[in-house]
Design a protein around this ligand. Structure first.
Ligand code: GTP
Ligand code: MG
Length: 345
């Protein structure tokens, strides 16, 4: 196995130029993902005290030769790859502007809500939707997972979706129903969504880690849903006095999601249940439970609440570039929709 891995590196040395091209914009997350490393060498590197790519980037190749039983050119190549992979990348303001130009939007199904969000939910960003049970967070996710599949002129990206379900609330029948309403083939629409059911917070972390692989296999993926982001973390860390641990783990997941959004130009939509606090008399009565855990990472935050006559109200909170405001919409059997004019009166 090791021999194979070394051979692989040597082959790559011959094709260095090609390799550069292949790896230049690839982000390695783990030592074992570096070209020519693999799991056996990776564990030897770790045993030698280099736990991650950044640590490896500063390693002396001669120590690797000793610790991993590999040749010096191979060791140098591995360290060079680690350096390349952990390089901090600056970009000019112009490059930044260009990157922003590639931002795309997915329709929510309600024109009013789309306008509030500047056209729909954005790629390269995390949109967090928080609110009480039954406020429509999951319904909006179903709608987005269908709408992302629509052609551009209908508010979609002709894309596919990934759905991480932490509460067991994904409903294939709802996708089929919404797809039929939009003129999509219901079975095909379901086929275009990859669902991962997370049973623990660790499992949720692993599923998120798996996403780059899924997108590499299916570059049409344009939306990642995590419904809900916090449920498992909350359930597992209740009363354990390990809030800091929980926070750290949640932050890792959120930052990984943000990286995915940037790297693959996909939209990330996460939900977060918050409970109304009757003891809070002034200000936002739902702000407390877990609300702030995500707040600093998500680019867009929508607070959903139930409105008059069964309607829903979405409020945009803390947006970097859009004015705060509210939009009313309805959840109907046909999906998320604007409130009909007569009903507004
Ligand atoms: P939690 O996951 O419990 O925190 O809630 P949530 O915010 O995800 O709520 P969800 O999106 O599941 O919204 C559920 C609500 O959507 C229901 O209470 C209904 O009011 C509404 N809803 C769902 N399906 C339909 C439908 O087919 N027709 C209509 N009219 N309303 C629906
Ligand atoms: Mg839900």
């Amino acid at each position: 196995m090791e021999d194979d891995e070394i051979e692989h590196v040597e082959e790559e040395n011959e094709n260095e130029e090609k390799a550069e091209e292949l790896h230049s914009d690839f982000e390695y997350k783990d030592i074992k993902d570096l070209p020519g490393v693999g799991s056996t060498i990776a564990s030897k590197i770790r045993n030698a005290g280099y736990q991650d790519i950044i640590a490896l980037a500063t390693a002396n190749p001669l120590i690797l030769v000793e610790a991993c039983g590999i040749g010096e050119p191979t060791a140098r190549k591995i360290v060079a790859e680690a350096r390349e992979a952990s390089k901090m990348n600056f970009m000019s303001g112009l490059e930044f502007e260009d990157k922003r130009k590639s931002v795309q939007r997915i329709s929510t199904g309600s024109e009013a809500l789309n306008i509030l969000l500047g056209g729909g939910i954005e790629t390269q960003s995390i949109t967090e939707c928080y609110g009480e049970y039954g406020s429509g967070k999951s319904q909006l996710a179903f709608q987005l997972a269908v709408d992302v599949q629509l052609p551009l002129e209908k508010g979609g990206l002709e894309g596919h979706a990934i759905w991480i379900d932490t509460e067991g609330t994904f409903r294939p029948s709802r996708i089929e129903q919404l797809a039929a309403v939009k003129g999509l083939d219901p079975k095909q629409a379901l086929q275009n969504i990859k669902i991962g059911r997370a049973y623990s917070s660790d499992h949720q972390v692993l599923l998120v880690d798996k996403i780059p692989e899924l997108i590499n296999a299916d570059p049409k993926i344009k939306l990642i849903v995590v419904d809900s982001m916090m449920a498992l973390f909350r359930a597992e860390y209740v009363g354990r006095g390990t809030l800091a641990d929980r926070q750290q783990k949640v932050n890792v997941v959120l930052h990984n999601l943000q990286r995915l959004a940037d790297r693959f130009n996909v939209a990330v939509y996460i939900t977060n249940q918050v409970m109304a606090r009757p003891d809070v008399m002034f200000g936002d009565p739902t702000a407390a439970v877990g609300g702030h855990i995500i707040g600093h990472v998500a680019t867009y935050r929508i607070y959903l609440r139930k409105g008059k006559k069964g309607s829903r109200v979405g409020k945009l909170v803390d947006s970097p570039s859009l004015p705060e405001g509210e939009a009313s919409f309805e959840i109907t059997s046909n999906g998320i929709a604007d409130i009909e004019e007569e009903k507004k009166k």
